[in-house]
Design a protein around this ligand. Structure first.
Ligand SMILES: CC(C)(COP(=O)(O)OP(=O)(O)OC[C@H]1O[C@@H](n2cnc3c(N)ncnc32)[C@H](O)[C@@H]1OP(=O)(O)O)[C@@H](O)C(=O)NCCC(=O)NCCS
Length: 195
């Protein structure tokens, strides 16, 4: 398995991965999945801080995104992890974990203060995420709001993610110049775990 940065012609493959991963997911309670639309809107607005693809023999099997988020009084330095998705036929083979570890390392190396997310604590604890008493996300129970600080700074206050997470279907005018992969956090490592 190889992990690489999203490249110019990867957008459609990423949409397919994220749709496949979240289609029919219990969090949607029967409604259409929107995670692929979130990624498309983040990309169109130049707001994808990191976009990594996992490939096996050239086939795209997983994807993770990071985007800037406000955390309490911090308007820079903090990033929201997600969505992260692996195609159903390849889930539970370590791909999601490898993507998350690689994305965290990359953000840390690039000077991020820390990462926040909304997700299942049973899964994210293994990467060092935990809940904090004063860390919140509108409408989400506290135990699912998780943070990981790379510094001494404790994440506290309300997380405000990019509007794509609230309005994934909103049509926005694409900014081809903003959409340049070269504007993203750069990720020079490529891992190969033999799978
Ligand atoms: C969640 C997801 C990204 C994990 O990737 P993956 O490649 O399947 O997971 P890994 O093989 O790296 O890790 C497997 C481990 O995670 C656990 N796990 C997977 N999904 C989990 C979940 N939602 N909650 C708790 N544990 C979970 C498995 O039980 C397994 O644990 P073990 O190692 O103790 O046996 C992937 O399953 C996926 O795309 N799911 C659908 C979309 C989704 O839920 N995304 C995350 C939303 S927060």
């Amino acid at each position: 398995m190889q992990i690489k940065n999203e490249e110019a012609n990867d957008a459609e493959r990423i949409t397919l991965i994220q749709f496949a991963a979240f289609d029919g997911h219990p969090i949607h309670a029967g409604a259409e999945a929107t995670e692929h639309l979130i990624v498309e809107r983040l990309r169109a607005e130049g707001a994808l801080s990191l976009s990594l693809i996992a490939e096996e023999n050239g086939e795209a099997v997983g994807h993770i995104a990071m985007s800037s988020a406000t955390v309490g009084k911090h308007t820079t330095g903090w990033f929201l992890l997600g969505p992260v998705g692996v195609i159903p036929s390849r889930q539970r083979n370590g791909i999601g974990s490898a993507l998350i570890r690689e994305a965290l390392q990359c953000m840390k190396e690039n000077g991020a203060e820390g990462i926040v997310l909304v997700g299942d604590p049973d899964y994210y604890h293994r990467f060092g995420f935990k809940s904090f008493p004063d860390l919140s996300y509108a409408g989400v129970p506290n135990q699912y709001v998780l943070g990981l600080s790379f510094t001494e700074c404790t994440p506290e206050g309300e997380i405000v993610a990019h509007d794509a997470f609230r309005n994934p279907t909103k049509k926005v005018e694409a900014h081809p110049d903003k959409n340049e992969p070269s504007r993203r956090v750069h990720h020079y490592l490529s891992i190969n775990n033999g799978k």
